[in-house]
Structure formats: structure tokens, C-alpha cells
Design a protein around this ligand. Sequence first.
Ligand code: PEP
Ligand code: MN
Length: 339
Amino acid sequence: MIVAMEQKATEEQIDNVIEKLVDLGFNVHRTTGVVQTILAGVGTPSSFEVADFEVMSGVEKAHRISSPYKLAGRDFRPEGTVIHFANGVTIGGKEVVMMAGPCSVESREQIFKSAELVKAAGAQFLRGGAFKPRSSPYSFQGMGLEALKLLREAGDKFGLLITSEVMEISQIDVMLPYIDVFQVGARNMQNFNLLRELGQVRKPILLKRGIAATIEELLLSAEYILAGGNYEVMLCERGIRTFETYTRNTMDISAIPVVQKLSHLPMIADPSHGTGRRDKVAPMARASVAAGCDGLIIEVHPNPDKAMSDGAQSLSPEQFAKLVPELRIIATAVGRTIA
Ligand code: PEP
Ligand code: MN
């Protein structure tokens, strides 16, 4: 149930609607947009009539939510979600944000070099895995807490926000002091216990699309986080598994406009995992900006051929520095900006 309040609705009128929703057995989520307050009632209440809400004072319109994702759907925030960071960076507004850095944090020298170079090329975020989900248990599993400390230090030194992957509930508290955005990886998109717990956190989440997940499943996973009251969720297209073998995954560029129509959540594109091949990253990054993504997350390594994970899809800092100005031109053409 969505109740859109009139622009001039008073707090008392809003409270009356909330009370009625609660009495019916709904959990109420409130969002105050630029234009109006929207109340979403979710859950399985006893029967009710939409018309009973429409006649309440201060209500502009009310309707049932037909999609399975109630809070992730665009109706909850028709004007779109904009996530604000302390340093003035926003995601979901006019700006297209650049997140870049190595797949994994490997050493102090490697992450500081990465931070310096991606910052110089125009990135706002430094990425780097501390806890790595690897297909083989014998592959490098990440430097853990030590990596988080290095990320924070490098981020603070070069003025970059930090994103890193959380793989399990026990890592949330460990990570909180060091990161600005929790990344949920493709392999954990349906780790519902983790998603529920991240709903209790008050830091933004970057939720990556599962390897074989439909867009509806991605939105339902986001719903788990939103239902906990954490509305700062970004979604990420990172390629899906198809029958194609010339690329590691098939980058579904069309997911960008599809999600943006269905949902208010910002949409990030990851052309690195999306293709798995260094020479395909720039074309897919350009296509993603043209398609309207709100940000890009790109693997960049000071020495990609020596990377401990995902070297084949990592750009050199020079390649990244060449790409960003190209993206700026495309961003301008579609009414966006890249800092
Ligand atoms: C990563 O960002 O390095 C990563 C493991 O991504 P994904 O979860 O999309 O595979
Ligand atoms: Mn990677």
C-alpha cells in the first residue's frame, strides 16, 4: 500500500495515516522527498479498502503495490534515491561516480599507489577486497582487517571514499569503522541473513547482481535491506552467466534502464567483472554511461599482470586515466556530469 501525501500535508495528517496503517497491521516506511511525503505500508494486513485512505485529509492518492518489491519499487521514491556522502559526493543525482581500485588489497605499497593513481585520474571511491570470495579455496583469500586499515588510510590520504566487500555477518562490525560503502558480492546476493543484517546498518550498500539472478531477484534482495530501514542501497550490474564463452560474463547493459524504470535505487555498472577481459572494459564502461548508469566500479591495478586476483580484467592506471575523459564526453551527451 502506497499513500502519497499532499505537498502541504501537516505532520498531524501524516501521523493519522501512519496510525491507520499500523492499526491494519502494516509495517510503515516513510520517505520525505523533495515534493512530498510517501508512506509505504508493507506486510500482510487484514483486508482494507484503498478508498478509506483516499478520503483522509492530506492524502493526495493511495494505491496498492502490485510488484513483489514494495520499497525498492519506484513508487516509494518517484524522484529517485540520492545517496549523500560526507565529502559532498552524491550517487543517484546528476553526477556519475567513479569507483576504482584493485580487485584485492595486496600490500601497503599496492593500495597506496592505486589510490594515488585512481584519484589523479578522477575517481571518487577507492575499491579493494579485504575478504575475497574465490572459486578455489587455495586462491588468495584477502588480507582481512589489515586490508581494511590500509584502505582507510589510503582513502584519507588521497581524499577517496572506500568500498569493500562484506561476505558474512560477523564482518559487518569489523568493517564499519573503515569503509563508506558495504559491497555485497554476486555470490552473496541471496544470502538473506546477511541482507537482513545490513538492513540494520546505517551505511550505504552496493548490492551486486548474482551470477544467474534475474532483475526481479536483484530487486527482491534489495528489498530485504530496505525492509530493515536502510534505504541507502545501490544496485550493480556485473554481468551474468550465459552460454557465451568469449567473455567471462555477459554484461547486461539493458539492466541499467530496466532497473531505473522499475526502481528508485541508483544503478552502478561493473564492466570489469561484466566482461573479464581488460580490452573489453572501456567499451562496456562507455556503453554503461551512455545507458544512464549512476556510477562505475572498475578494477585498476598498478601492475595488472602481477595482480593476485582478476588481473586479466584489471586496467592499468594509464588505461583508466585515458578512459575517464572519454566517459566525461558521453556523460555530457546524456545530461550527466563526471567530476
Ligand atoms: C569483486 O568486486 O572483486 C567481486 C568479487 O565482484 P563480484 O561479486 O561481482 O564477482
Ligand atoms: Mn574482482
